[in-house]
Design a protein around this ligand. Structure first.
Ligand code: NAP
Length: 480
């Protein structure tokens, strides 16, 4: 048979999306919405569960944010969509396998690691990445072995003041009973109930005008019972450089400063727990004894404009100590290399131009390979930011289809990938399997008065996804 246009009814476009977080699903949405395009999408995830950071990153007390998954579920119900959970690129399938079975590949793999501080003492006991703490309380299977000795700490220093810092500060300070009906991991709730943490110190290396959190997040902590947000009024005062610079910034930066100044005016307060916000302090060393952290040594800074006029911290040489029995580094995420996929080790992302993958940061376009989300632009923006970002990549994918033809697909072609995975013995989770596990988690949650009780061991996830869960399963089948 003669070749047909790629993306036509006669020869649908076959796309592999690697990663099932927001950016992956927004790419699926853009493909399904594209006018006159006939496309099928197979989505792969190394975990048996979908939704990436919505499941493993968004805080348990932010259930409203998680409700975005309803949009993704609707996309997954489309007959053109299939899910292959528990399939890891570079381990179970290789880029060459995907290239053999799909016309285009979209990497939606996010940033799975964290940035390092690069100061002495980072390996002391009690020093963790906020990424690990978040993964741990969210029952992410990668972080089950982590131990956070919340019953040994009075003060936790959090390095950085972005929204991840705010999430971990809130979870540490909030009354644990207010988390009990969420989908927090049961072991994390137990540990929080035994916690002796009474103070969280946020360490910002720049000033209040450059604080990276959203005003809503600070308001949420300030509204907590039993918690005072404490800021030295001098720290909340803008230096002349920031006062001029903030006029050019989004309104949220101005709201942050106003809020911080209002909170500073309230003084120490009488609540039992404190969130102390420090500014213009950058950790230079983590110090301790017997291998356990006790102190964060911080260098005081002032701000100087870089060549674009952005205020940057410059050390003043004066160092002071912040006592802390636990340190969480919330200084941003970073991508990890995947075998066979180009990686920009400096930026921690997949090198690309407008979403087209490049062989190296300055290299040639790798035909048929694209990237979306944090793997494309780095760890910035909220969940919704990924929608226009994925649309933009899909537009480039569609441009690349112009004039392309392809031979017709062979009968039974759609079964080739499931067959390949079965031959390799990959225990793969379909969307129906996930829905069974999802129903199980929700039913177990109802029993415990929680919105969901997450399963976190991979073998148990697979067992339950396949309907091999024992008595509870018969009941759950009814919900699936
Ligand atoms: P982020 O917003 O980029 O914040 C990172 C923080 O770490 C900044 O304060 C940064 O300061 C600081 N930092 C970086 N390197 C440092 C160093 N070497 N020493 C000291 N401080 C350092 O990153 P994030 O908090 O990980 O959040 C990632 C993205 O997810 C953000 O877009 C965030 O808004 C989003 N998010 C949203 C929510 C929500 O909506 N509730 C929750 C979590 C995450 P500088 O500004 O000086 O670089």
């Amino acid at each position: 048979m003669a070749p047909s246009s790629l993306g036509s009814q006669e020869r649908p476009l076959r796309v592999a999306v690697v990663g099932s977080g927001p950016s992956g699903f927004y790419a699926v949405q853009a493909l399904f919405k594209a006018v006159d395009l006939h496309a099928r999408v197979d989505m792969f995830d190394r975990l048996p569960t979908p939704f990436g950071l919505v499941r493993g990153g968004v805080a348990p007390d932010h259930q409203k944010i998680k409700s975005v998954t309803r949009i993704y579920e609707e996309l997954a119900r489309d007959a053109r969509f299939r899910f292959f959970g528990g399939v890891m690129l570079g381990r179970d399938v290789q880029v060459a396998d995907l290239a053999a079975h799909y016309d285009q590949i979209v990497y939606a793999v996010g940033n799975e690691s964290d940035r390092k501080l690069g100061v002495p003492g980072e390996d002391l006991a009690g020093v963790h990445s906020a990424t690990a703490f978040v993964g741990w309380y969210n029952a992410h299977p990668d972080y089950l072995d982590q131990r956070f000795e919340l019953d040994r700490a009075h003060t936790v220093a959090v390095v950085g003041n972005g929204n991840v810092a705010m999430d971990v500060a809130r979870v540490l300070l909030k009354d644990p009973s207010a988390l009990a009906d969420t989908d927090i991991a049961d072991y994390a709730l137990d540990a929080l109930r035994k916690s002796t943490v009474r103070e969280v110190v946020l360490l910002g290396r720049r000033g209040p005008a450059q604080a990276a959190f959203s005003p809503k997040e600070m308001e949420e902590i300030a509204a907590l019972d039993d918690v005072d947000v404490v800021i030295d009024p001098d720290d909340a005062t803008l230096d002349p450089l920031s006062a001029a610079w903030i006029e050019t910034q989004p309104r949220s930066a101005q709201r942050n400063v106003k809020l911080l100044q209002e909170l500073a005016a309230k003084g120490e307060g009488s609540a039992r727990k404190k969130l102390r916000c420090r500014f213009l302090v950058a950790p230079v060393e983590l110090r301790g004894s017997d291998g356990r952290v006790e102190v964060v040594a911080v260098e005081h800074s002032h701000l100087v404009a870089d060549d674009r006029g952005t205020p940057r911290p410059k050390g003043l040489g004066e160092v002071s100590e912040v006592p802390a029995q636990m340190v969480l580094k919330a200084v941003g995420y970073r991508g990890v290399p995947i075998p066979g996929v180009p990686f920009d080790g400096r930026a921690g992302i997949i090198p690309n131009r407008d979403g087209r993958v490049l062989a190296s940061p300055e290299g040639a376009v790798v035909a048929g390979q694209y990237v979306v989300g944090w793997a494309k632009r780095g760890p910035t923006g909220l969940i919704g930011t990924n929608s226009p970002d994925s649309v933009a990549t899909v537009q480039e994918m569609l441009k690349d289809l112009a004039g392309k033809t392809a031979a017709p697909l062979l009968p039974g072609e759609r079964e080739a990938v499931p067959r390949l995975l079965a031959q390799r013995g990959v225990a793969c989770v379909t969307w129906d399997d996930w829905r069974r596990l999802d129903a199980h988690e929700q039913a177990r949650g109802r029993d415990k008065g929680k919105v969901r009780d997450k399963v976190y061991r991979l073998d148990e996830m697979l067992r339950l996804a396949r309907g091999q869960g024992g008595n509870r399963d018969a009941e759950v089948e009814g919900h699936a």
